[in-house]
Design a protein around this ligand. Structure first.
Ligand SMILES: Cc1ncc(COP(=O)(O)O)c(C=O)c1O
Length: 409
């Protein structure tokens, strides 16, 4: 009998799909959901999204757009009104000057990153990715035919690439450096001086462009002003794509609105790519995003305060576990502890924790907590906990993780 997952259907798949990995964070969440359906009590700390409601004035703007019947196709690059709001955002928050033509709005920051790589990479082109990095960067580079050049940056440098590491990674084939600050998964934030030092290296290599993923800009815990590469080194602005969006700061992950700003020719090429895929993101979401960008930000300190409280609790609880150590991350909503001292230990059944992936599988199986192994972010020996979850879930999850780790010998 032929079944729908018959292996004979495989030859139709393209090579690029066969070599691509599914998103490890989504895979972990899928496994967790499967166990939940089987009746297990599972706490999911593998997904990176705020658990707060979207602010009321933004929801109201979405409802009003529906009632105005704003239900037609928009410009591929996004509505003019939203792109003007994005121009205002970059001027106000980042001191960057753009025209609406230099803005692309996509289905989340993710599509903007994807469009940029599709629009620029030829086979053999290299993209420098300091890791730990968001799981999608290397995969997106490969799907676009490029070669990810992974530069591992561990706790010793605060999970940040140094100018020396950057200099060593650049070759004549390097097309992009992908920088993400605050970082998913480490929470690292690049200071003005650190970006300036990286900028000096990049000034010597005119073939390298900078993709600055600032999606976690608003989720930071200290007073240091936010710095973004195009503002720190204006001479690099002509080869920088600055990416941001509403998902994280406004608790709008499902609305799917992200944006990028950069040189006109790059944005035009990205619009061409988008015009042949999604065309644009939802007209209703775009209308709501104008209200988000132009509206009051008084809800944000409460978001950040809640995240800070959870961060402090989680990091403290992690450091209380024998074999786990974690620095206090200055941004985003993830803790990225080292589990190197746990590797080599055995669980009660005698199975060895040979890797962070074994530990993640054990914590899900025995502890009922879904986390993501560091190797998914190209930095083995660590794991990521998203603390964008309720206080109750975090408290229960940390007890379970501690109990499960205590059983490793
Ligand atoms: C570093 C990073 N960039 C981009 C995104 C994508 O955000 P969006 O929801 O706007 O597509 C995420 C989402 O998890 C992220 O962690």
């Amino acid at each position: 009998m032929t079944t729908l997952n018959d292996s004979r259907s495989r030859p139709i798949l393209a090579d690029r799909v066969q070599s691509a990995k599914p998103s490890a964070t989504k895979e972990m969440t899928r496994l967790a959901n499967q166990l939940k359906r089987e009746g297990r009590s599972i706490i999911t700390l593998s997904q990176g999204e705020p658990d707060f409601p979207t602010p009321e004035h933004v929801r109201e703007a979405g409802r009003a757009a529906i009632d105005r019947n704003e239900s037609r196709y928009t410009d591929v690059a996004g509505t003019h009104a939203l792109r003007e709001a994005v121009v205002r955002k970059f001027a106000r928050d980042n001191g960057l000057t753009f025209t609406p033509d230099q803005i692309q709005v996509g289905c989340g920051a993710k599509q903007v990153l994807y469009n940029a790589l599709q629009a620029t990479l030829n086979p053999g082109d290299e993209v420098v990715i300091p890791t730990p990095a968001w799981v999608s960067y290397p995969e997106m580079v490969q799907l676009a035919g490029g070669t990810p050049v992974i530069v591992r940056c561990d706790a010793a440098t605060g999970f940040k690439i140094t100018p020396q590491q950057l200099e060593r990674a650049i070759t004549p084939r390097t097309k992009w450096l992908m920088l993400n600050s605050p970082s998913n998964p480490s929470g690292a934030v690049y200071t003005y001086d650190e970006l300036a030092a990286l900028g000096e290296v990049l000034l010597r290599h005119p073939q390298v462009w900078i993709m600055a993923d600032d999606i976690y800009e608003k989720i930071r815990y200290d007073e240091t002003p936010f710095a973004t590469p195009a503002a720190v080194t204006p001479a690099l602005a002509l080869r920088t794509l600055t990416i941001n969006g509403v998902s994280k700061a406004y608790a709008m992950t499902g609305w799917r609105v992200g944006f990028g700003a950069g040189p006109l020719d790059l944005i035009k090429a990205m619009n061409l790519i988008q015009s042949q895929s999604t065309s644009h993101t939802s007209s209703i979401s775009q209308a709501a995003s104008i209200a988000a960008l132009d509206g009051p930000m008084d809800f944000l300190p409460q978001f950040v305060k809640a995240f800070r409280h959870r961060r402090d609790f989680v990091v403290h609880a992690l450091n209380d576990i024998d074999g786990v150590s974690c620095d206090l991350p200055p941004g985003a909503f993830y803790a990225f502890p080292s589990c190197q001292a746990l590797l080599g230990r055995r669980d009660p059944s005698g199975a060895v924790m040979a890797s962070d992936s074994d530990l993640a599988a054990y914590l899900l199986r025995e502890g009922g907590v879904a986390i993501v192994p560091g190797s998914a972010f190209e930095l083995p020996g660590y794991f990521r906990i998203s603390y964008a979850a309720s206080d109750e879930d975090l408290s229960e999850a940390m007890s379970r993780i501690a109990a499960a780790c205590a059983q490793l010998r």
